[in-house]
Design a protein around this ligand. Structure first.
Ligand SMILES: [Zn+2]
Ligand SMILES: [Zn+2]
Length: 319
């Protein structure tokens, strides 16, 4: 096995670490300095002494970290010195405030993608292509079968499903993640309808964070206590494990719905393929666009991508 000499990022027990800058990226355990790519729970955790994150993600971090925390919000693209490195954050297009982390040291540039996507998303700044010597990419959906349909088509499918359910007199319950996906759906729907959408009580705080950040979304009505008949004909957004709305049609919004048995596996009636991650073609394109000769992959099962990039002369491996 070949190792990078003087790597700018190494995998440790606490998470990805930059020795030259003495900081961690999205650490799993408490550290002194944590650079945070975005606010999802597997990336933003409690207990770090100092957090550095992109300014548009500040409201999310405040909502998700109870108590007082040392949060340093930085603007996209602004260069900061950490140890002997120069660090900057750049839009990743994943959710509001999501960032790629660019690290420069001794003439070498590493970019850590965090979670990212290339599809348009009205709730956040689009992914910024960066050049890198080494690109550390997520690989959540790194199989050729994962190809996202156009967003507009998926949102139209959701709208048709909602209207058909209304004609049958049932509620439409759409399961999606409370951070990112819910707000993206509400923003996409705003372009097509002025009807309000009911939202599960667990989603309201983060929806308000997005509204405060100026993201235009349809009007929402919080649903604290679901009942069997009250929501006939309405659309309700709820986090994946919410239940108890009685006679409904249920849908699920996720990249995993690309698989034929997706709706069955997540026990719902309809699957809608909408993901905040890059699909296979976008993973390949993005890795190539960075011009990196070395790719390091995190998340998912990266073997197929490692092999595919290898055929294009790019040395890739799991980090
Ligand atoms: Zn994420
Ligand atoms: Zn993630």
């Amino acid at each position: 096995m070949v190792f990078d000499s003087d790597p700018l990022i190494v995998a440790t027990r606490r998470g990805l670490y930059c020795p030259q800058g003495d900081f961690y990226i999205d650490p799993w355990r408490p550290v002194q300095t944590a650079l945070i790519t975005h606010g999802h729970g597997d990336h933003l955790r409690q207990g770090n002494a100092r957090y550095i994150l992109a300014r548009p993600g500040l409201g999310i971090a405040r909502a998700r970290l109870p108590g007082n925390h040392d949060l340093l919000a930085v603007d996209y693209g602004t260069r900061h010195t950490l140890g002997s490195t120069t660090v900057s954050l750049h839009p990743a297009g994943h959710i509001l405030g999501s960032a790629q982390i660019r690290i420069e040291h001794g003439g070498e540039v590493w970019v850590v993608s965090g979670d990212y996507k290339r599809q348009p998303d009205p709730t956040c700044e689009p992914f910024e292509p960066l050049r890198a010597d080494v690109f550390v990419s997520e690989a959540t959906f790194a199989l050729p079968q994962y190809r996202w349909p156009p967003v507009g088509q998926v949102v139209q499918e959701i709208l048709h499903w909602w209207r058909a359910n209304r004609e049958r007199g049932v509620a439409s319950m759409l399961f999606c993640y409370a951070l990112g996906k819910a707000q993206r759906l509400l923003a996409e729907l705003a372009a097509l309808t002025s009807e309000p959408v009911h939202v599960h009580g667990a989603m309201t705080t983060l929806i308000e964070v997005y509204r405060a950040a100026g993201v235009p979304m349809v009007a929402t009505i919080p649903v604290p206590r679901p009942s069997r008949t009250q929501y006939r004909g309405e659309l309700i957004l709820a986090p994946p494990r919410a239940r108890g709305f009685g006679a409904i049609s249920s849908g699920f919004c996720s990249g995993w719905m690309c698989a034929a048995d997706g709706p069955h596996r997540l026990s719902c009636d309809r699957g809608f393929v909408l993901s905040d991650h890059a699909d296979w073609p976008d993973l390949v394109t993005t890795c190539e666009q960075t011009s990196a000769r070395r790719i390091r992959l995190t998340h998912g099962h990266p073997d197929a991508l490692i092999e595919h990039l290898g055929t294009r002369g790019i040395e890739a491996r799991a980090l």
